[in-house]
Design a protein around this ligand. Structure first.
Ligand code: BES
Ligand code: MN
Ligand code: ZN
Length: 506
């Protein structure tokens, strides 16, 4: 497989007099008169003519390429930024990705990003999201083509900002780490199921964890059996590949007392549906059914690298969901590690099963606050579409901590209900509950199933079934795995000490 991402070297600078890169990215606002960058109009006489013609609109993420007089840069990309009043850090991040992708398309490896400050975005945040957006642009889907030509990668980036200093340097580093760890998660999610088997996934997680200085444990099938994880083992039974459960630990010296953030990610390396087998069309996409697990692993790496102030625990159950001769069948009853029994009505509802045991295990290992991330339900895609993840949980203060983190991270999320009323749909005649609740509110009953294993801890479930994979490329996002969730989890950990306000669960 070919390299799928690189991290450019960033140099923050103030002076706009001399530019030494080949490519220049400039945000273009609606009704822009370039008052703050008069030299740009001088170096590109075409700009005024294009404006007069109505070609330069400033419409969001629209790209206008123009040549520049003088030595360097040779080319500028003006990227539509909308109105100055509506400009946000999220738009700036996406705009940076758009500019980075435009540079790579033109085979440029060195780039200057000219930041044009607006009141709503402070200097450090701007530096961070630009570095993040450009790193996210330095990514391609996996390639196994033997004739593939090497792509163009951004190597060095000159960031032109109104100020520099330690705070800006730290912000650039944060953006770089967030971008790089999101790219690592995308790389894992893109990998075919025959390459990223559960055992391979565990090895990769261990390597990523070790490199970031995390504690790493790989639990094999025997250890999983001794913990009585009947749900995880039940899903794994249909496969020739043995399951794994990876535990990553982060224990900072000055950790906030009494708090451990437990992050749990769905790690189904391929989901055929099992005996309740999926239709052939689009089944290939189910290689990304470990995106939640990848998000947790790569978020843990970023958390360590950025020195978040809270103890964190990352837990990823890994298995295939296959219809082998020993596979779990509809009507079978499984016993979870928590002791609760589950009647399997549909073997394709496997994510909640492996998460049930993993969430229980996170509690055993001392988690005080839980978040699980999973490509859990098609119903969530129906409800919220392909751009927004569903957030389910309790208490409301914990849900809102996750929503703020997500907002800050630039991952779109929206709250969904977890009223007890829906629990009736999971009633079983013969076991504690079933694993499916029918079509109505399918994303909610999936979440409620996982909630059964969360004890009385603050718990949130993020359904990324719609957001983990981009079917189409967008100006600010190449198609394929998106790395969704990584940055939300990292922002949550960085905000750690503020969770004192999370009240106990009612
Ligand atoms: N991995 C799928 C969910 C999924 C569907 C992710 C589409 C991405 C795109 C999950 O394991 C699944 O199959 N869920 C079932 C649950 C149902 C049987 C209750 C679903 O959504 O159909
Ligand atoms: Mn499934
Ligand atoms: Zn699945």
């Amino acid at each position: 497989m070919q390299t799928v991402h690189r991290t450019p070297a960033f140099t923050p600078a103030i002076d706009t007099a001399e530019l030494s890169t080949d490519f220049l990215v400039v945000p273009l606002f609606e009704q822009d008169n370039f008052g703050d960058v008069p030299w740009l109009r001088q170096r590109s006489p075409e700009l005024d003519r294009a404006r007069a013609r109505g070609e330069l609109t400033g419409k969001l993420y629209e790209v206008f390429l123009t040549g520049l007089d003088g030595e360097r840069p040779v080319r500028a990309a003006l990227i539509g930024a909308g109105t100055r009043e509506s400009f946000t850090s999220e738009r700036l991040r996406r705009l940076a990705t758009t500019g980075g992708l435009a540079a790579r398309r033109g085979r440029f490896t060195t780039l200057t990003f000219l930041h044009r400050p607006v009141a709503a975005i402070d200097a450090a945040t701007a530096a961070q999201v630009i570095a993040e957006g450009l790193t996210l642009a330095n990514y391609e889907g996996a390639s196994f083509k033997t004739s593939a030509e090497g792509g163009t990668w951004l190597e060095s980036v000159d960031l032109r900002l109104p100020s520099t200093g330690d705070e800006i340097a730290a912000a650039v580093r944060k953006g770089t780490v967030l971008g790089e760890c999101s790219n690592m998660a995308r790389e894992l999610a893109n990998e075919p199921g025959n390459h990223l088997t559960p055992r391979q996934f565990a090895e990769r997680a261990a390597a990523i964890g070790a490199e970031a200085g995390l504690g790493v444990e790989i639990l094999d099938e025997r250890r999983i059996e001794s913990l009585n994880m009947g749900l995880l083992l039940g899903v794994a039974r249909g496969s020739q590949e043995p399951p794994r459960l990876v535990v990553l630990t982060y224990e900072p010296a000055a950790a906030a007392p009494g708090v451990t953030l437990g992050l749990v990610g769905k790690g189904i390396t391929f989901d055929t549906g099992g005996i309740s087998i999926k239709p052939a069309e689009n089944m290939d996409k189910m290689k990304d059914d470990m995106s939640g697990g990848a998000a947790v692993i790569c978020a843990m790496a970023a958390i360590a690298r950025l020195g978040a102030p809270v103890r964190c625990l990352g837990i990823v159950p890994m298995t295939e969901n296959m219809p082998g001769g020993k596979a779990v069948k509809p009507g079978d009853v499984l016993t979870s590690a928590a002791g609760k029994t589950v009647e399997i009505l549909n073997t394709d509802a496997e994510g909640r099963l492996v998460l049930g045991d993993a969430v229980w295990y996170a509690r055993q290992r001392g988690a005080t606050h839980l978040v699980d991330v999973a490509t859990l339900t098609g119903a969530c895609v129906v409800a919220l579409g392909k751009t927004t993840s569903g957030v389910f949980g309790t208490p409301a203060s914990w849900v809102s901590a996750i929503l703020s983190a997500s907002d800050k991270a630039g991952d779109r999320s929206w709250p969904m209900p977890v009223f007890d009323d829906y629990k009736e749909q999971l009633k079983s005649e013969i076991a504690d509950f079933t694993n499916t609740g029918g079509r109505a509110g399918g994303a909610i009953t999936g979440a409620l199933f996982i909630k059964e294993f969360s004890g009385d801890l603050p718990w949130v479930h993020i359904d990324i079934a719609g957001t983990a994979w981009a079917e189409e490329s967008k100006p600010y996002q190449p198609k394929g795995a998106t790395g969704v969730g990584v940055r939300t989890l990292v922002e949550l950990a960085l905000a750690g000490p503020a969770w004192n306000t999370v009240e106990p669960r009612g």
